[in-house]
Design a protein around this ligand. Structure first.
Ligand code: SF4
Length: 193
């Protein structure tokens, strides 16, 4: 097994991306961690836009996530909304300015320019390889999958074509189906090894 080579590729790719994200954030006074949290909040569903979910997704401590979210709120990029059913729960929504910052910064330029040179079959092969690495990392380390709702074992398509979450019994839209979820569970476990 070539674990060292895989690690070196992933480390180099992560460094290149982070350097580019850092450059992008300088204009708006944001660090990569701020943009990563903002990007997560732009992609997650209504069950997952809470401070604890941001901390889980990014692997941050409670203190760090609180500082990060404070910076996003102070810059007018997110706003808090108290849950209508449980007032102890706070949801974090992107403001129009937050949406604009994400549209302009993510994906970073280094990825945009490199990936346009890929053929459709190379594009698919890259995505498949990265998906496999991510799933194996998550499974081997007992991490949540945080994947798109439409790939979850609880995602139900009813006879009339309507979507529903089997866990909460709530209706889901086509937009919800593309979002990532803290409660996501893959349909079946990949065999490791
Ligand atoms: S179907 Fe799965 S991913 Fe979608 S909202 Fe329900 S628990 Fe989350």
């Amino acid at each position: 097994m070539n674990t060292e080579a895989i690690y070196e590729y992933l480390e180099r790719i992560a460094n290149l991306i982070r350097t580019d994200v850092r450059k992008t954030g300088i204009g708006s006074g944001l660090q990569p961690i701020h943009l990563e949290a903002l990007h997560y909040l732009s992609r997650c569903n209504r069950y997952s836009n809470t401070p604890i979910a941001v901390a889980e997704f990014l692997g941050l401590t409670k203190g760090t996530v609180s500082q990060t979210l404070g910076v996003l709120e102070a810059n007018g990029l997110i706003e808090k909304q108290t849950d209508t059913r449980d007032r102890r729960v706070v949801h974090l929504n992107l403001t129009p300015l937050g949406e604009q910052v994400i549209a302009e910064s993510i994906p970073p330029q280094v990825i945009r320019s490199a990936m346009t040179a890929l053929s459709p079959s190379e594009d698919e092969a890259v995505i498949e390889a990265l998906r496999l690495i991510l799933r194996r990392l998550q499974q081997a380390n007992g991490l949540k999958s945080f994947a798109a709702c439409k790939t979850c074992r609880h995602h139900l398509i009813e006879q009339d074509g309507a979507r529903r979450c089997g866990l909460t019994s709530e209706s889901l839209t086509d937009i919800d189906a593309e979002k990532i979820c803290r409660e996501h569970e893959p349909p079946s476990k990949l065999k490791l090894g």
